[in-house]
Ligand binder design. Sequence first.
Ligand SMILES: [Zn+2]
Length: 590
Amino acid sequence: MKLSDEFLERVKQANDIVSMMSRHVELKKAGRDFVCLCPFHSEKTPSCHVYTDSQSFYCFGCGAGGSVFTFTQLTQNLEFVEAVRFLAERTGIPLPDDEGGAEALNKRSRIYEMNKAAAKFFVKCLDTHTEGISFLRNRGLSDNTIRKYGLGYAPDSWNSLKQHMNSLGYHDTELVEAFLLKQNQKGNIYDVFRDRVMFPVIDRTGRVIAFSGRIVNENTEGVGKYVNTSDTPVYTKGDNLFSINFAKNSKRKYMILCEGNIDAVMLNQAGFDNAVAVLGTALTPSQARLLRFYCEEVVLAFDADSAGEKATVKAINLLNREGLAARVLQSDLMKRAGGDPDSYIKEYGAQSFEELVEGSGSAISFELDKLKKAVNLEAPEGRAEYLKKGVALLCQIENLYERTVYGFDLARDCEVTPTVVNDVIEAALETKRRFGNKEERRELLNPAVKRDKINPESAQYPKEETAERGIIAFLFHSPDKLPVILRALSPNDFPTAFNRKLFETLILRLNKKESVSRESLGGGFSAEEMGRIEKVITENADLPFTDGRLSDYINVLTEHKNNINKKSYNEMNNQEGLEQIERIKERLKI
Ligand SMILES: [Zn+2]
């Protein structure tokens, strides 16, 4: 939908950010503005600011920020256009009609409708077909739990869902697009889910966005244990977590991450409303970000087999990178019970599982343990090997105190004094500082510098990136400076991709005499990226917008450009030289 600046402005005016945000958090007056505990990360002292003049918010803790549109996107998990529509509708502003955009929006809402209708159908089939319900009851699920999760059954048939949905007026093309039906090469259209118990995947706002179907008959050959909805206009594989609709309301401070849907359901039934499952993929960065939205710590309860252990190691790294602490359930105990949380609870009960969670070790001790098991500690060679690998692992820990504590454990196991371990770690770190690659070295010297996910190149070009942000802030504040800037620079002179895209967007909009307000940019950037844009505006707000400051920024980028030109000139000379040699060789027939 093409949303005009005027329309966005009108919707924004009608939805005051202060009153919208106060529905979610308690706002405290601070001068003209407000502060609050950030609704997007957990904290004890308020670092989220709400600015009445600009009708925007920015969290200095986690970097979330933007307009009332971004806020609505983040709290309700909506696309930009959906957020605009929501805010327009709640204030009675008629939507502009625009064929293309409205069509896309309608398609999405129609898929939500279809998913809901299909979920109802699967629930009904649970009553009429015994296979499904007896499978679920045999697994120990109570009827209450089955109802709570809206579990269902897809009959062993090629077209029962198809017929049902057709009778409701949904046609095959859109059902295929919703991944409820499939079309084979011969053109035949059939049900995707057959003879499976059905787990509807429900997002944070309560909409059915996808399905996960598990086979009922384990002996069926040639089919996967789980079939999950693939990408559709309302669902992206790897973006969601099963049971997040319950877990997001949990009072517990951590979440339990499982592999299988049944594990999450069983844990929920046993009182762990904070259990979620990964939905048929390895943990993805966007799932980790979703978890970070609701908790600070994740307990990994993957299956206790080697595949599960591998997945655990990968997940630990991913979670740490997203700033989440990770703990790992003791796999030995789980192995004894049958390998997964579901069977553990059946064997030992919920109380014991709670103890298992409380006693679960940090991710580091999990990894140290794995290294330890791979060597023979009785032999000196084994201890040396363990010491070497353990030190390499501990070098990756940024926190000095943690490193020291685990260093003690390592020293004890290797029968050396802690000082020895410490010295070896220090020496290894020193080598890394000197010879590691540039980025790694920067992180080591300044562990506070976290990897920048929105603009990864910022670590590579710190000086230039600051200048880029400065120039962009100037454009937001004084768009009339654009000609001055363009006389010296083009977007290609911005070395980092995110700022380059932002700069380009601003130029395009200003050239078309369009607004460069945060509202008008929302369609081209994700809600997370809007937070970054807010940061650029906020951090520059109190600095003077003088010509001197602007030309300093321009100079930094001009210098960078000249350096690059010099370099490519040298490379070109080399290349030319080589070609010349080739030509001479050819002439002399060498
Ligand atoms: Zn925050």
